[in-house]
Design a protein around this ligand. Structure first.
Ligand code: ASP
Length: 405
């Protein structure tokens, strides 16, 4: 996309967010009338995810040339993902210990949806099991991206060993990837309207501005804790960008279209096509774009990890349960796993919260305290998730032997 278009588009997207927030605030449920426009935009993004992931990962891994180089790229990526997730959880815990948002909170016993109560058994083995799907089509239908990514990596590895026949097939996936990125650019032009409708309709569903303020007030400082934690982590990621990847604020500016889309859709997976296009425009090596970003959109969720830790502690404080260093260490580990396990879809983090709560023996009903404002916080944490992936791609680029920023 030409630079002038990108800048104009960003302006319209920002306008879309503000106009959506203002109209949803004032007209409340009346704005549900535009919900279908948002859904149309979201569906169009989702339509691209599966073919894009398969084509991008296959062509990205194949473009490494020697498949052994995958070890290096994979190593840097895993190191970055784990490091930043750990920092995010630590920030979440720090904030919640400083602000103590749940202490003295008065609330009625919350009720939780049944779908959540059924999730108490998720464990580490489930995350490993989720890597391999017995039915790729079924996984694709449910937007479970991890098995698709693993399959694409393996297929690509196999193709690179086949000589000319393999090259032929890889060439096809390269072409497919290029064509899909074209579709992404076309779709990007619809982002301002789509994001406007998504924001307006969601605020409308929450009952408009006053009802929304009431919900925020009910959970006291929880919202403040999470938002300030996310802001702090965002800044940490900017620092990593500046000092490790060697890029400047131009990268952040270039990625803003994707970050606002993450805010509008509350889904890292749906945002992935835009994240890839924005990173590509910023000159991030195609290998990093095609490998790190798809993987990151499903396993690297810094914002979600921070949220899981902060929210679990908030629940403990609200119930008057004192969690010491040991229990907080358990939260540290399980929040990381819960974030890895969360899908890149709206409010997925709320469901995997149950892993954290059960691990430290907190009442699962506590999730009920978070329900009303979760859709709102979800948008911010999704933007941080996407930013974490984008910085990851820039960092990986820096360490690829044949490309320097
Ligand atoms: N909505 C988030 C995402 O797509 C996941 C979550 O935290 O609920 O990244």
């Amino acid at each position: 996309m030409p630079h002038s278009h990108a800048v104009a588009l960003l302006l319209f997207i920002v306008l879309g967010v503000f106009a959506g927030a203002a109209t949803g605030w004032v007209w409340g449920e009346g704005m549900l009338a535009v919900a279908w426009v948002g859904e149309l935009f979201l569906n169009a993004l989702k339509m691209l995810i599966i073919p894009l992931i398969v084509a991008a990962v296959i062509s990205g891994v194949a473009s490494l040339g020697d498949i052994r180089k995958l070890g290096r790229l994979g190593g840097i990526t895993v190191l970055y993902f784990t490091g930043t997730t750990a920092i995010a959880v630590a920030i979440g815990l720090l904030m919640v210990n400083l602000i103590q948002p749940g202490v003295g909170l008065e609330f009625d016993a919350p009720v939780i949806p049944e779908s959540m109560a059924a999730k108490t058994e998720i464990g580490f083995s489930d995350i490993l099991l989720s890597l391999v799907s017995p039915n790729l089509i079924a996984s694709a239908a449910e937007t479970q991206l991890l098995p698709l990514i693993l399959f694409s990596i393996l297929l690509s590895a196999a193709l690179t060993t086949l000589g000319p026949v393999g090259e032929h097939v890889i060439g096809m996936f390269n072409g497919l990837n290029e064509a899909l990125m074209k579709l992404v650019i076309w779709l990007m032009y619809l982002a301002p309207v789509g994001i406007f409708a998504l924001v307006a309709a969601r605020l409308g569903r929450a009952g408009g501005g006053e009802a929304f303020l009431g919900e925020i007030a009910a959970v006291g400082l929880h919202v403040v804790t999470v938002l300030s934690g996310l802001a702090a982590h965002f800044v940490v990621l900017v620092a990593l960008l500046l000092f490790i990847s060697g890029r400047g604020f131009g990268y952040l500016f270039g990625l803003l279209r994707a970050l606002f889309t993450a805010f509008g859709t509350a889904s890292s997976s749906a945002t992935l096509p835009l994240t890839m296009e924005c990173a590509r425009e910023q000159g991030v090596d195609e290998k990093a774009v095609r490998f790190v970003l798809p993987l990151g959109s499903t396993v690297n969720m810094n914002g979600t990890a921070l949220y899981e830790a902060a929210a679990a502690m908030f629940i403990a404080q609200a119930y008057g349960i004192d969690l010491g260093f040991g229990a907080q260490t358990v939260i540290f580990v399980t929040a990381t796993l819960a974030a890895i396990g969360a899908a890149g879809i709206p409010e997925a983090g709320l469901v995997t919260m149950v892993i954290v709560l059960t691990a430290v023996g907190l009442p699962i009903e506590g999730v009920g305290l978070l329900l009303a404002v979760d859709w709102f916080l979800d948008r911010f944490r999704t933007a941080v998730n996407v930013w974490g992936d984008a910085v990851g791609a820039a960092v990986a680029h820096r360490f690829l032997p044949d490309s320097r920023a």
